[in-house]
Design a binder for this molecule. Structure first.
Ligand code: ZN
Ligand code: ZN
Length: 357
């Protein structure tokens, strides 16, 4: 039995305890996770007995090839097909994903429901299933991570100070594709000098001169994401840059050291923060320590103070503490890490030294 039919069966088996007759999925990553369908327009209805994928005529051939679910091709808005199936099958309580559906679609389905049928909000169910990756998913993440690192190595070995942030970002993304990625998992960040203090900077036409350069990049390969941040230094780093780099590196290693099954993610976050506190740099660490990744670049759990999740073997997460000093620059170091039965495995093969260019 395929991985996808196991997943839809798991959802079918979980309907009763949620007092549902059917579950409706319209959010692409959840839909792909359950059905295997990679098209951009689809709705999936899972009942105790069946799963049905609704999509439009552009995907007739693709849907048949990708999914084990019954495929219904709908001309016009998919909700028409969804509503007629709801009427035909006679399901009464239909679960939907409130954070993942537009108000338009919700209203369209609701306004056409048969008598005594209702929509029940069920949030985070599929996202929770997605947190623990299967061996096939882990293999895909590994391939994505390796391609991403290969692209970084290739590009960095061939650049010199004077290249613009935009050109370096373009080069990294091009190499990623040449090495096997379908696309970047987010817009590549290249930020030099004082701009490196912006955690989510967009590359500009500015040329990389002296100072820190942050590169945050990820690939999508076989639908799965990778994520890595590395630092370059153009010229010779001064004592302040060296000290801050050492602090972030120690924080990152301490957080990785805390990753093992059964540990609360808040503890991993605290491990990074404690190290930075020792350097009096904790206030310059303005985001959480990491996030889950898989079909999406940001998935649960969030490796932060407030998340209650306990790590489990098979979770893929990032560990990425950083410090951001206005007028000076920022430093972040990020790996993709797999939680294993005994601890964790750092999937990212790229060395973590501050690279001089
Ligand atoms: Zn990143
Ligand atoms: Zn990240």
């Amino acid at each position: 039995m395929s991985e996808f039919s196991l997943r839809t069966q798991l959802v079918a088996a979980g309907l009763a305890e949620r007092k549902l007759d059917a579950f409706l999925v319209a959010f692409s990553p959840n839909l792909q996770y359950l059905s295997g369908f990679t098209g951009s327009n689809g709705n999936l209805i899972v009942t105790a007995e069946s799963c049905t994928l609704f999509t439009d005529p552009r995907y007739t051939i693709q849907a048949q090839a990708e999914t084990h679910c019954r495929v219904k091709i709908v001309k016009g808005p998919l909700v028409k097909g969804v509503n007629s199936a709801i009427r035909k099958v006679g399901v009464k309580r239909i679960g939907y994903e409130p954070a993942r559906m537009t108000c338009d679609v919700f209203e369209a389905i609701k306004s056409d429901l048969p008598m005594r049928a209702s929509l029940m909000p069920i949030g985070g169910w599929i996202e929770e299933l997605r947190m623990v990756k299967s061996p096939a998913e882990i293999d895909a993440i590994r391939r994505s991570v390796n391609t991403n690192s290969q692209a970084f190595e290739y590009a960095i070995a061939r650049i010199k100070p004077g290249i613009s942030e935009q050109d370096l970002a373009a080069e990294l993304e091009y190499r990623m594709r040449r090495f096997g990625a379908s696309k970047p998992s987010f817009d590549t960040i290249v930020a030099a000098g004082e701009r490196s203090a912006l955690p989510h900077a967009h590359p500009t036409a500015a040329r990389i001169q002296a100072g820190l350069v942050v590169i945050d990049m990820g690939a999508i390969q076989d639908s799965y994401c990778s994520d890595m941040t590395r630092m370059l230094f153009a010229g010779v780093p001064d004592a302040k840059a060296k000290r801050a780099y050492q602090a972030v590196l120690e924080a990152q290693l301490a957080a990785i050291d805390a990753v093992r099954p059964g540990v609360k993610v808040a503890k991993v976050d605290a491990a990074a923060r404690d190290v930075l506190k020792g350097y009096e740099l904790d206030k310059a660490f303005v985001h959480s320590t990491g996030h889950g990744l898989g079909l999406e670049i940001h998935e649960p759990p969030r490796i932060g103070k407030k998340d209650k999740t306990k790590l489990q073997a098979g979770m893929a997460i990032t560990i990425e503490p950083g410090v951001y000093l206005e007028g000076f620059g920022g430093i972040r170091i990020e790996d993709t890490v797999l939680v294993t039965d005994t601890g964790c495995e750092i999937l990212t093969p790229t060395p973590k030294d501050l690279r001089l260019i």
